[in-house]
Ligand binder design. Sequence first.
Ligand code: AFP
Length: 367
Amino acid sequence: MNESRLAETSQAGHTTTESTIPGGNMSYKRVTLSQFLMEGQHRYGGSGTLTSLLTDIRTTCKMISHEVNRGAMAGNMGVAGTENVQGEEQKKLDVLANDIFLHMTAQSGNYAAMASEELEDVHVVHGSAGRYLLLFDPLDGSSNIDINIAVGSVFSILRLPDGASGETLESFLQPGVKQVAAGYAIYGSSTMLVLTTGHGVNGFTLDQNIGVFVLTHPNMRIPEDASEFAINASRARFWEPPVKRYIDECLAGAEGPRGRDFNMRWVAAMVAEVHRILCRGGVFMYPVDDKNTKQGGKLRLMYEANPMAFIVEQAGGRAITGQDRILDINPTGLHQRVGVILGSKNEVDRLERYHQDYEATAGKAEV
Ligand code: AFP
């Protein structure tokens, strides 16, 4: 909601008076997530289901935020002693966050079934007449937990196809363009919920004093140009030529073909990288490389790449695998992995051109 819409809403009926209390707290004048969703429901003529779906997510993320913030005090640090379907060692908070998601979002009956990074198969919500599917990475960046660096939760919401059953995997295998909503929570210096329902991207900060998410980042937009890239540089020897070309040019800085210096960041939590890009632009890359080619890449399509691609595109950025638009990929598996290049439009356009140039050259070489 931009300021003008906020003003409209205020004029439309909410009596707002200047605080007459000396030094009075003005936070009551902010728009809460609930008010924002209701306003959007009236504006876009929703039935209220999407509002209810996102209310489930709101409560879930508040509970996970609480557990993350308690950290060592609650014995939430360290490993769980188990592995997930990816064969990755689970942290205690991975398991706890997953349980919170499953429990809290099943209560409303909105969801027919769910899929989680932490579960091998579809999780059916028995007895639900819900017409939606929820996919999530309950704790993204969990390798950061024990070193007190930002982590997050990522979610994606799909409609249950007409005539389909939430019991089956096939119901989930929809391209990212079919998402009805997506978002993430970032548990950092503050807890924020950033989401889209297809009408732009808006960010809400958790007011810990009253336990309410308030609109603090209306209509988030990604600058088309940027001079900051995020990639795990320890994998440089595995990169494909187009990626190496792009990074080498960034590193060449003002004396190189880009004519300006670049900065680098790597937080090892996709949520934090995407949030930074939404706040100030940049490009995030976890491309397919010589080492992860067999797996199809590192990041998972259904509950990491697709929701983040939806958000990034809604904020004016782009999200590709290198050659293809991520949201157009027809999934073949619940835990399918893809290469991810996303962020500022003009930087992603350049990377796409470099991949096309390379494919064209390689194609000629094979003739
Ligand atoms: P974890 O949740 O296992 O820490 O993985 C996080 C992630 O999927 C993504 O959020 C990061 O961008 C990426 O992996 C970090 O990968 P590296 O461990 O290779 O830095």
